[in-house]
Design a protein around this ligand. Structure first.
Ligand code: NAD
Ligand code: UDP
Length: 314
């Protein structure tokens, strides 16, 4: 029997947070969505506002906050390089102070907290696929550092709160995830390529397109997060959540052009500094601890779902 809980989702008006809020409401829970709308938007949760089990609070997670809840999903943080590089100090504060505020709250209430970490903790990885035991290869003063190091520090805090104060934490290392409600202008590759293709504009490939990523549809990620929250108290992670199928950025561009039927040309632009050359998760741990969890949505189907969403926006 499902026990109805009151769940706090920070960053709940963002791309991933809004899907998570929706799933939690579908399961019969009450959802408190906290967001400062810096990269997310009210539009993402507009359809949830009429649901009496949904509450939206405008607040910066880096400032102290308290509410009586039963669980916390801490997702608040810009995720697109364009966004986090635009406000690097705020990004560090969001990751670090936000984690401290949420962990303090979890400690006071004796509740579980799931923290959304990232594959960026591996930096530009020297080995592939990346297992959770890999310590990473991060430039601490590079353009991605505010995000990478902020997330690494947040992981440290999660583990320290667990070890020192017995806080029940779960750390998810999320790999590139895409789907409806990505901001069309947030600069991430799937949003960029789909928008460019739908407008028949040039598709901007940074470098020669040989760098790889592994793309997971948002529905698979949300399923993984829910299962992770329900693992036993002694399981902290970190655990990789991602699609184990790796694809080059050039191949992704070709696929999006084909799926949209676009007349766009592929153009090659300089590669951003410290752009990781490869990224692919090892997901054996996730499969084992999350009841056989693995991404179910093939990339063609997931991209079509995303393309349909962006088409409706236009
Ligand atoms: P997003 O930018 O769409 O969502 C982030 C949300 O957090 C936004 O609604 C934003 O307004 C909110 N936010 C940012 N700073 C805040 C602050 N100080 N206080 C309150 N709210 C704040 O990004 P997303 O893709 O939905 O990412 C959600 C989480 O998942 C992030 O923590 C991100 O690091 C992590 N993640 C995402 C991916 C991915 O591929 N989408 C990969 C790895 C990790
Ligand atoms: N990228 C690209 N063209 C774009 C946007 C991104 O070639 O218009 C590349 C980028 O250089 C990187 C990959 O796509 O190698 C993924 O970039 P994104 O910003 O989506 O996420 P990242 O995984 O780098 O955080």
């Amino acid at each position: 029997m499902l026990i109805m809980k009151r769940v706090l989702v920070t960053g709940g008006a963002g791309f991933l947070g809004s899907h998570l809020c929706e799933r939690l409401l579908d399961q019969g829970h009450k959802v408190l969505c906290l967001d400062d709308f810096s990269t997310g938007s009210r539009r993402n949760v507009q359809h949830l506002l009429r649901n009496p089990s949904f509450e939206l609070i405008e607040h910066d997670v880096a400032s102290p906050f308290f509410a009586e809840v039963d669980e916390i999903y801490n997702l608040a943080c810009p995720a697109s390089p364009r966004h986090y590089q635009h406000a690097p100090i705020k990004t560090v504060k969001t990751s670090v102070l936000g984690a401290i505020n949420m962990l303090d709250m979890a400690k006071r209430l004796g509740i579980r907290l799931l923290h959304a970490s990232t594959s960026e903790v591996y930096g530009d990885p020297a080995l592939t696929p990346q297992p959770e035991t890999y310590w990473g290869n991060v430039n601490p003063i590079g353009p991605r550092a505010c995000y990478d190091e902020g997330k690494r520090c947040a992981e440290t805090l999660c583990v320290n709160y667990h070890q020192q104060d017995g806080v029940r934490v779960k750390v998810a290392r999320i790999f590139n995830t895409y789907g409806p409600r990505m901001a069309p202008d947030d600069g991430r590759v799937v949003a960029n390529f789909v928008m460019q293709a739908l407008h028949n504009r040039d598709i901007t490939i940074f470098g020669d397109g040989s760098q790889t990523r592994s793309f997971m549809h948002c529905s698979d990620l949300v399923e993984g997060l829910l299962r992770l929250m329900d693992t036993s108290d002694d399981f902290v992670g970190p655990v990789n959540l991602g699609n184990a199928e790796e694809i080059s950025i050039l191949r992704l561009a070709e696929l999006i052009v084909a799926l949209t039927g676009s007349r766009s040309r592929l153009v090659f632009e300089p590669r951003p500094k410290d752009d990781p050359a490869q990224r692919c998760p090892h997901i054996a741990l996730a499969r084992r601890v999350l009841g056989g969890w693995a991404p179910q949505v093939p990339i063609e189907r997931g991209l079509m779902d995303t393309i349909d969403y962006f088409r409706q926006l236009l």
